[in-house]
Design a protein. Structure first.
Length: 222
């Protein structure tokens, strides 16, 4: 059992660190989601895959929460993302849909998103489609719309490092888990907020939040 768990962690590390052409094939091909915005998803990378089941939890950083309060920002989750009851984070399913494998741009696709409504300017910034980048560095990126009009197909919102991501990698009974991987706000995201709202942007390099994904290889529910 210990050997199996060790192999699981090593597999997790390999999936997040080796070049895409060397990533091991998954147990099954992911199914295409009927609701996935196909224009935003790159072609899948053959044989490169993370997990067919699971979920991820995001805990927003204290500085990010304080910034939203100062700026009068209302944060809402776009289904299937769900806000936590205390509004200090949100969850997002991994589920057997397009994007459980890495695409040709080194990303995992999530169908939901987030909307930020800035009271002073009246602007609403929507981040959807959502991607967790694996290559070339760990990052959270998303398509950006302002008041329902598409501004960009992908903007890097927050970034991390492989060392910090893999520090929390642990085996689970059904796969592996990465605990509280930190993601830090990018200059690109700060510039986006300032240009759209003319408000005060969050501090570049501040903790946007931590990501805790649970990757399952055995379905735990029918």
């Amino acid at each position: 059992m210990r050997a199996l768990r060790r192999l699981t962690v090593l597999a997790a590390a390999a999936a997040l660190t080796v070049p895409l052409g060397m990533t091991a094939a998954g147990a099954s091909a992911p199914q295409q989601s009927a609701t996935a915005p196909t224009a935003a998803v790159a072609d899948p990378f053959p044989g490169a895959y993370i997990s067919p089941w699971g979920d991820a939890q995001v805990a927003l950083g204290d500085e990010a929460l304080a910034w939203m309060q100062r700026e009068g920002i209302t944060l809402k989750a776009i289904s299937p993302f769900k806000m936590d009851a205390d509004k200090r984070g949100f969850s997002m399913p991994i589920g057997s849909t397009a994007g459980d494998g890495l695409d040709s741009k080194g990303r995992i696709f999530y169908p939901g998103g987030l909307s930020f409504h800035h009271k002073a300017s009246g602007k609403t910034i929507t981040l959807q489609s959502t991607f967790i980048r694996v290559m070339p560095t760990p990052a959270y990126s998303a398509g950006v719309s302002v008041d329902g009009k598409r501004l960009s197909e992908e903007v890097s919102i927050a970034e991390s490092t492989y060392v910090e991501v893999m520090a929390g990698a642990r085996p689970s009974f059904t796969g592996f888990r990465i605990k509280q991987a930190p993601f830090y706000l990018t200059q690109e995201a700060a510039d986006l907020f300032t240009s759209v709202t003319r408000g005060q942007a969050p501090r570049v390099g501040s903790l946007f939040g931590t990501l805790t994904p649970n990757f399952d290889y055995i379905p735990t529910r029918g």
